[in-house]
Design a protein around this ligand. Structure first.
Ligand SMILES: [Zn+2]
Ligand SMILES: [Zn+2]
Length: 193
């Protein structure tokens, strides 16, 4: 397993699993003031819209940091092909409590609970909604979502940075450095050497 070290926060992580620093990503989600948009906000109910949508749960609103922490540790990054190939992040349920619920088109209150959490545009403009794992898997099979590509640098097995072709190390403004020969302060976390 390879590791990289974040240039901003010094977090050490596996870039073959997470395309961006999990710690910096989590902090950016937690500090996003518009993380819960009105369309997906249970505090705005009852409220009808013309299309099916999901709202997050009151548990999510109350305990946002804990849900996001669980998501960054357990979820995965994808490309949403129905949103011009924008990245997204999905955490299958149970997140820890209900993540949210679905509201059919034209109805003003939720009909059923959903346990997965979907974070749209997680790097540049993060906002949350609920989704179900079976539903997400079905949409993935239909090609509505796909995995992020691998870095296009020769022989690099890191996942490409969301929305880009190169990874955190190889992009023109690197966000992380390879851990080999990294800062001595990181050595306590090194695999047995
Ligand atoms: Zn970081
Ligand atoms: Zn790379």
């Amino acid at each position: 397993m390879t590791f990289v070290i974040c240039n901003s926060c010094s977090k050490r992580w596996d870039p073959a699993r997470d395309p961006a620093c999990p710690q910096c990503t989590l902090e950016s989600w937690k500090s996003e003031p518009n993380l819960v948009r009105p369309k997906h906000d249970p505090r705005k109910l009852p409220r009808a819209e013309g299309q099916f949508r999901t709202v997050v749960s009151f548990a999510f609103v109350r305990d946002t940091a804990a849900f996001l922490q669980h998501a960054i540790e357990n979820g995965n990054w994808f490309i949403s092909n129905r949103h011009q190939g924008k990245p997204c992040h999905f955490t299958p349920g149970p997140v820890q409590d209900f993540a949210g619920s679905g509201i059919p088109a034209g109805e003003s209150m939720p009909s059923w609970g959903m346990d997965g959490l979907l974070i749209a545009d997680p790097v540049h403009n993060p906002h949350v909604m609920a989704d179900d794992e079976p539903n997400f898997e079905a949409e993935y099979s239909e090609g509505q979502f796909s995995s992020l590509p691998i870095c296009s640098e020769h022989c690099c097995d890191h996942i490409a940075y969301p929305g880009e072709r190169l990874c955190v190390v190889h992009r023109s403004e690197p966000l992380a450095s390879t851990a080999a020969g990294g800062s001595p302060t990181q050595r306590d976390e090194s695999p047995d050497e």
